[in-house]
Design a binder for this molecule. Structure first.
Ligand SMILES: O=C(O)CCC(=O)C(=O)O
Length: 272
């Protein structure tokens, strides 16, 4: 079913810099991705150079602590490509960044009990696009809250420039992280993205955000994150230097005058 974004939701995204769409992904889909994530955590899925089999004598706890997050598995795993291109995510993005959408990055967060968070950062610092149309889509696979290390967004920072001169971005010590001073200008505007599994948070590339460590002793905080931009923005990000702009980015919807990649697995597989 196509998701139709309401005027209120559009307004909230522009006013706050982020938008949480409740229940965008149905429980059957969330469960499929969660089951696969459990297989990854147990070492039942391996990707050479990225996910290695655990040592044969590793305990469950040791296995769970091996990875906090894993990047770009959609280049290797059909299921990750499929969720990167999930039609309900694209329905929302179409309204937020335009009908021509390129899919750029996936991250799978595992965040077992006591695993670390990530300090203040702006995603467009890492993934530049011109014009800057970057947008993240953060799918909660588990319920996420303050205890298990949900993401915190600083409202209003979508109008900040990308602070390229800030030191130690992503450092979790707010006094060392150069964006700490910028975030401090927005007192009371930092909000926890408390979400249920299947909810999706969309956030622009300039929005300052962070997450704290998982303080729970028993609960995971798993999430699947895609990063997207308008397919008519250009980028050298993620492409070998000798290749043309955008050549590594998948055209997820619409059209573009720029080069693009096609899905590796998607054409003949179940589309969602
Ligand atoms: O999930 C987290 O802990 C951080 C997420 C994040 O920074 C991102 O998706 O850009």
């Amino acid at each position: 079913m196509t998701y139709i974004l309401s005027v209120e939701e559009m307004k909230a995204f522009h006013e706050d810099g982020f938008l949480i769409v409740p229940k965008l992904i149905n429980q059957e889909d969330v469960q499929e991705l969660l089951d696969h994530t459990v297989d990854i955590m147990k070492g039942q899925v391996t990707v050479p150079g990225q996910i290695d089999p655990p040592p044969s004598d590793a305990t469950i706890e040791e296995i769970e602590q091996r990875y906090v997050r894993i990047h770009q598995l959609h280049f290797h795993l059909e299921i990750h490509e499929r969720y990167l291109l999930h039609s309900r995510i694209l329905d929302v993005l179409e309204k937020l960044i335009g009908p021509d959408i390129m899919a750029m990055q996936t991250m799978l967060f595992l965040k077992a009990p006591e695993q670390v968070g990530q300090g203040y950062h702006q995603d467009s610092y890492y993934i530049p696009t011109r014009p800057d149309t970057l947008c993240g889509a953060w799918i909660a696979l588990d319920d996420a809250d303050e205890e298990n290390g949900c993401v915190w967004f600083v409202r209003g920072t979508q109008y900040e420039p990308i602070h390229r001169d800030a030191q130690n971005v992503s450092h979790d010590d707010v006094n060392l992280n150069g964006l700490g001073k910028i975030a401090a200008k927005y007192t009371d505007n930092e909000v926890p993205a408390v979400m249920k599994s299947g909810d999706v948070a969309f956030f622009g590339g300039h929005v300052i955000h962070r997450s704290h460590s998982n303080e729970s002793k028993t609960r995971f905080r798993r999430a699947f994150v895609g990063h997207y931009a308008n397919a008519r923005s250009w980028t050298h990000w993620g492409a070998p230097l000798d290749e043309s702009r955008n050549s590594n980015q998948i055209l997820a919807r619409g059209d573009t005058h720029l080069p693009y990649a096609t899905p590796k697995f998607g054409q003949n597989k179940k589309r969602i």
